[in-house]
Write a protein that binds this ligand. Structure first.
Ligand code: PSU
Ligand code: MN
Length: 300
């Protein structure tokens, strides 16, 4: 049985050396509310195409890992019906069970790299949660990126996390981090997390040069994070962010939310308690990342 199916369009582009951008599906199925999520998913693919690259949204459908979805498949993922959240470790059980699932950063990066895709765009990465000493909750995104050769364009890590601890883990794991036109690590909904980054690139060409250097150097595969801040005009108001996030973290503890449910719970809480302002900042961040990823893929 074929476990991984690359769409014809994506296969042709890869064979011809044309730019391809991988997109994840957990953000669609579990990160954004319906029905907006399907509109955003289609918009993101449109942005990639408008810049001359081919979008490869990745998900599991009917027990097959799909690299590149058609409109109907995208709609199935967005419907959320029976769509599980799949990290890298969930892929084999999901494929064996013939299940449907949306892939997180860890699963998407793994599958994209296996298909030969070099650039991947998302919103914000998972990372170390604020109550780590108690819950030991660190996203599987981090160790997976430590052993996957792909460039990930993102607006940093989700601000619901312990950002300094996550940056420390990325350093320990040997995952490269460069800021895009900034020397501050972005804060997902916020333009800046306040934390510094050691390296800055100023254009898609400069980012592409880092990717090429990493690939040519060879050795152990690991990811490069290109951290692209949401524009200040589109960020969530920082005071509102801090206030609602505190409430969200309290609610998470109060309801005993754990494991894979934590991140979707927090994102949804923020959307509902900011009158959708956090949703707009999230979508603005993803849009910018997808755009930059397409420009970098073209520069490669
Ligand atoms: N970025 C977003 N929204 C999301 C995610 C990223 O803007 O919902 C998803 C990604 O799929 C990421 C996951 O891998 O959240 C992290 O989940 P966890 O903390 O359970 O590992
Ligand atoms: Mn987790």
């Amino acid at each position: 049985m074929v476990l991984m199916e690359v769409s014809e369009e994506v296969r042709d582009a890869l064979d011809a050396g044309r730019p391809v951008v991988a997109l994840e599906s957990t953000i669609i199925a579990h990160g954004l509310p319906r029905p907006r999520n399907l509109a955003v998913a289609a918009e993101l693919e449109g942005i990639v195409r408008s810049l001359g690259a081919v979008p490869a949204t990745i998900a599991v459908l009917d027990g097959r890992a799909r690299i590149g979805l058609d409109g109907a498949q995208l709609a199935r993922i967005a419907s959320g019906d029976g769509v599980r959240k799949l990290g890298r470790r969930d892929l084999a059980p999901a494929l064996a069970a013939g299940a449907d699932g949306a892939t997180t950063v860890s699963a998407t990066a793994f599958l994209a790299a296996r298909a030969g895709i070099r650039v991947f765009a998302t919103g914000g990465l998972g990372g170390v949660h604020r109550d780590w000493t108690h819950s030991q909750d660190e996203s599987a995104d981090l160790p997976q990126l430590a052993r996957t050769g792909i460039a990930v364009v993102c607006a940093g890590v989700k601000s619901v996390l312990d950002v300094p601890a996550t940056l420390q883990r990325l350093e320990t794991l040997g995952v490269g981090v460069v800021g895009y036109r900034t020397d501050r690590f972005p804060g997902f909904y916020l333009t800046s997390s306040g934390e510094p980054v050691d390296w800055t690139v100023r254009s898609p060409e400069e980012a592409a040069a880092v990717i090429r250097a990493r690939e040519e150097l060879g050795g152990t595969a690991s990811a490069l994070i290109i951290a692209n801040p949401v524009p200040e005009s589109e960020q969530l108001d920082p005071a509102l962010h801090d206030r609602v996030l505190d409430e969200a973290l309290d609610a998470c503890t109060e309801h005993g939310i754990a494991g894979q449910a934590v991140t979707p719970f927090l994102l949804d809480f923020l959307t509902r308690h900011t009158d959708g302002a956090s949703l707009e900042a999230n979508v603005a961040a993803v849009r910018g990342n997808v755009r930059l990823a397409a420009l970098i893929a073209a520069a490669l």
